[in-house]
Design a protein around this ligand. Structure first.
Ligand code: ITT
Length: 203
């Protein structure tokens, strides 16, 4: 891929989650210049009042685009557990209550699945991108299952419990390169990059 002039390659990632930011920077490598909110001089809360990942991603992206009017994107993600009817879904970050830690969320999930053998689940990520004054959406999914105990030290959130399809260990115990290639976030970002490459390729 031929690198493009800097300002064309620059996107602001509207997130307050440093892990998401690190992962997206790792996925996009040198090809895209991803700026955090702090690097863009923005300090604001990101509203999340929607009932769907799409609505939340849009709300977060809109809040930042209104302030900076530059190409920017936000991402909302969630864990969908089949035996729990798709929960925690849009409430994944606050499954054990508002302000709950990852440890508390993981413990609640293990407790809810205590006597359940069907542990199939998926992570879904929805990106809302403001590009040339229009809003675009991209989605990524990774199927897997929920482990019966926590394992591994890397990543964040539910990574010690989520075993991606085709593997025997959760993301937190696998090399980071696996997650950056196959995760819900990696897949949604890949969709966005396909779109952007098409948009920015000179005719
Ligand atoms: P921003 O809204 O600021 O981007 P957030 O952490 O609040 O950050 P979400 O509202 O999208 O993000 O919450 C998604 C939650 O889902 C997140 O806090 C984690 O608990 C979980 N999650 C999402 N992606 C994950 C991943 O790759 N690995 C583990 N857990 C993940």
């Amino acid at each position: 891929m031929t690198p493009l002039p800097n300002e064309l390659n620059r996107l602001v990632f509207a997130t307050n989650n440093g892990h998401k930011l690190d992962e997206v920077k790792q996925i996009l490598g040198n090809h895209w210049d991803i700026l955090s909110l702090a690097e863009s001089g923005v300090t604001t809360d990101l509203p999340e009042n929607g009932n769907t990942l799409h609505a939340n991603a849009e709300e977060k992206a809109n809040a930042i685009y209104r302030l900076i009017s530059l190409p920017c994107f936000a991402e909302d993600s969630g864990l969908e557990v089949d035996a729990l009817g798709g929960a925690p879904g849009v409430y994944t970050a606050r499954y054990a209550g508002i302000g709950a830690s990852a440890q508390e969320n993981n413990e609640k999930l293990l407790e809810e699945l205590k006597d359940i053998t069907d542990r199939t689940a998926r992570f879904r990520a929805v990106i809302a991108l403001w590009w040339q004054d229009k809003l675009f959406f991209f989605e990524g999914v990774i199927n897997g299952r929920i482990a019966t105990r926590l394992e591994g030290l890397t990543g964040f959130g539910y990574d010690p419990l989520f075993i991606p399809e085709g593997f025997d260990q959760p993301f937190a115990a696998l090399p980071g390169t696996v997650k950056s290639q196959i995760s819900h976030r990696a897949r949604a970002v890949a969709e966005m990059v396909n779109f952007l490459n098409f948009q920015t390729t000179p005719l």
